[in-house]
Ligand binder design. Structure first.
Ligand code: TYD
Ligand code: MG
Length: 455
C-alpha cells in the first residue's frame, strides 16, 4: 500500500469509532463485526476545510439570552419530555426500535402543531406521500398547513426547509438521507453524521426546530444515529415492548430541560394516546390485595413521581449451587446488593433460591430509592406473606443494612396519597418523614426494622 493518506478507513457502526485497519472487534466499544469500510474524502473538501465565517468570540455579558418562546406541540406528554415545548433552532433526535411508533408520534405532533395554523414540513424518506396520507387519516390529521416532502437527497431537503421556514421540520428518518459530499450509502456512519450535522446547522441558522428520527436497536446494530447524540440538543428515546401497548418517551439528553423526564403513551388503533395517570397502570389504587412478593414502590422519573408495583419471586433453585437472579425493569446490581444485605443483616437468605424481580407494567426503575421496595418484596416472597396493598416502600439500602434517605421524598409520598395508598415505609430522619403528606408514615433505620414493621 502506498505511504501517505490512506484511501479508506474502518468505522464502527455501533459507536462511530474509527480504525485505520479492519478489526474483528471494535477497540472502542468491544462490539463484534461492526467495522465497515468507508472511503476517506479528498483533503480540502470536508466542512473542516472551510474558513471560519462566524462572528468570533463575544463577551458573555453582550450575549443576548435565549428568549425562546417555546412552541407547545399540543401533545402534553411530549411537551413534558421536551421541557415545555419546541425551542426555535433545536435539533432533536428521536431514536427507537423499528416499529415502536416513532413515525406515528411525530406525525401526530406535526398535525398538532399544524392545527394551530403553523407551517410544518414532514420529510419522508421511508414512505411515499400516499402512505403518510393513509397514516394521517387514521390519526385524524388533515391540516393543510402540514406539508409532506418525499425526498432522500440532503441538498433538496435543506433547500425546501430553508425556503419554507416551517415552525417544525420532521425528518423520517435520518438513515434514509444521503449527501453527495460524502461517500457511502445512506445509513452509513459518515452519511448519517454528515446529514445530521447539516440539518443541525440548518436548525441553528434558521431557527427551525428540526426533529431527526433514527432507528436504534438495543444491540446497536443499526446504531448510526448514536453518533449524532453529541451533535444534537435533545435526544429522546422511544421505548416499549412491541407486544404491549405501553410506550415510554424518555429524554436522555436535553440542553433545554431536565433529563430522564418521562412521557407515557399507549398505542391504540387511532394512534398514540397519552396516559395521564401511569402510576395507576402499574401499581393500582391499593384497594385490591397484592400477591405475596409484591409491593408498591414510589419512584421518580425526571421530575415526575411514578408509583410502580415491584414483584419478587424466590423459589427453590433448579441448580442450588448456581442459583439464578433475573430482573426485568430493575437494576441487577441493586438487586444483588439488596439480596446480600437481606442475608447479612436481616437473616433473610436467598441461598439455594432462584430470585426473579419484575417491575409491573413494563416500567424500568434504576434508582437506589427502590432498594427498600425490592427488599420488602423478596422478604414477602420468602415468608409467603402478603404486604398490605395500601403500603408503599421508599428508601435506599446500604451495605450495612441501613435504610438511607432518598431525594424528592415529599413528591413520592404525595403521589402515593393521590393514588389512594395509606401507609409508607420511609427512611428515618428525613424531614418529609415527619409530615406524611396524607400518609401514615413508618420511619425505619434498617432493613430489620422495616421487615419488623411488616411482620
Ligand atoms: P410506526 O410509527 O410506523 O413505527 P416506527 O416509525 O417507529 O417504525 O408504528 C408502527 C406500529 O404501530 C405498526 O406496527 C402499527 C402500529 N400502529 C397502531 O397500532 N395504531 C396506529 O394508529 C398506527 C399509525 C400504527
Ligand atoms: Mg417509521
Amino acid at each position: 500500500m502506498p505511504k501517505g493518506r490512506p484511501s479508506s478507513i474502518w468505522v464502527c457502526r455501533a459507536c462511530g469509532a474509527q480504525s485505520p485497519k479492519w478489526l474483528g472487534r471494535c477497540a472502542e466499544c468491544s462490539a463484534w463485526a461492526t467495522l465497515e469500510e468507508e472511503a476517506v474524502p479528498a483533503r480540502g473538501t470536508g466542512p473542516a476545510a472551510a474558513r471560519p465565517a462566524g462572528p468570533g468570540p463575544v463577551a458573555l455579558d453582550k450575549v443576548s439570552a435565549l428568549e425562546s418562546p417555546r412552541t407547545p406541540t399540543g401533545i402534553a406528554e411530549l411537551d413534558r419530555v421536551l421541557g415545555g415545548g419546541l425551542v426555535p433552532g433545536a435539533a432533536i433526535l428521536v431514536g427507537g426500535d423499528p416499529g415502536i411508533g416513532k413515525s406515528t408520534l411525530l406525525l401526530q405532533a406535526a398535525g398538532a402543531v399544524a392545527r394551530s395554523g403553523k407551517t410544518v414540513l414532514y420529510v419522508t424518506g421511508e414512505e411515499s406521500p400516499a402512505q403518510v396520507k393513509m397514516r394521517a387519516e387514521r390519526l385524524g390529521v388533515r391540516e393543510s398547513s402540514l406539508h409532506v416532502l418525499a425526498e432522500t437527497a440532503l441538498g433538496s431537503v435543506l433547500h425546501h426547509a430553508g425556503e419554507m421556514r416551517p415552525a417544525l421540520c420532521v425528518v423520517d428518518s435520518v438513515q434514509t438521507l444521503h449527501s453527495d459530499d460524502q461517500p457511502g450509502a445512506p445509513g452509513t456512519v459518515s452519511q448519517v453524521r454528515e446529514c445530521g450535522a447539516q440539518l443541525t446547522a440548518l436548525a441553528k441558522a434558521r431557527g427551525i426546530p428540526v426533529v431527526l428520527i433514527g432507528h436504534v436497536t438495543k444491540e446497536g446494530t443499526l446504531a448510526g444515529p448514536r453518533t449524532l447524540e453529541h451533535l444534537v440538543d435533545v435526544v429522546l428515546s422511544f421505548e416499549g415492548d412491541r407486544f404491549q401497548a405501553l410506550r415510554l418517551l424518555r429524554a436522555t439528553k436535553n440542553r433545554f430541560g431536565a433529563t430522564e423526564e418521562l412521557g407515557v403513551f399507549e398505542m391504540a388503533a387511532d394512534g398514540l394516546r397519552e396516559v395521564p395517570n401511569p402510576s395507576a397502570l402499574s401499581c393500582g389504587d391499593g384497594s385490591s390485595p397484592r400477591a405475596p412478593g409484591a409491593v408498591a414502590v414510589a419512584t421518580v422519573q425526571g421530575s415526575r413521581p411514578l408509583l410502580v408495583e415491584v414483584q419478587a419471586l424466590a423459589s427453590a433453585a433448579a441448580y442450588p449451587t448456581a442459583p439464578v437472579r433475573r430482573t426485568a425493569g430493575a437494576d441487577p446490581n441493586r438487586v444483588h446488593l439488596v439480596l446480600a444485605a437481606l442475608s447479612e443483616h436481616a437473616d433473610m437468605s436467598c441461598a439455594g433460591k432462584d430470585v426473579f424481580v419484575n417491575v409491573a407494567g413494563g416500567f424500568a426503575v434504576e434508582e437506589p430509592a427502590a432498594d427498600l421496595g425490592i427488599a420488602v418484596a423478596v422478604a414477602s416472597s420468602l415468608r409467603k406473606r402478603r404486604v398490605p396493598a395500601d403500603w408503599v416502600a421508599v428508601g435506599e439500602v446500604g451495605l450495612g443494612g441501613e435504610v438511607r434517605p432518598v431525594p424528592h421524598l415529599e413528591a413520592r409520598l404525595k403521589e402515593a396519597a393521590r393514588l389512594g395508598l395509606k401507609r409508607a415505609l420511609v427512611p428515618a430522619g428525613a424531614a418529609a418523614a415527619r409530615d406524611g403528606h396524607g400518609l401514615a408514615v413508618q420511619p425505619v433505620r434498617s432493613l430489620a426494622e422495616a421487615l419488623g414493621a411488616l411482620a
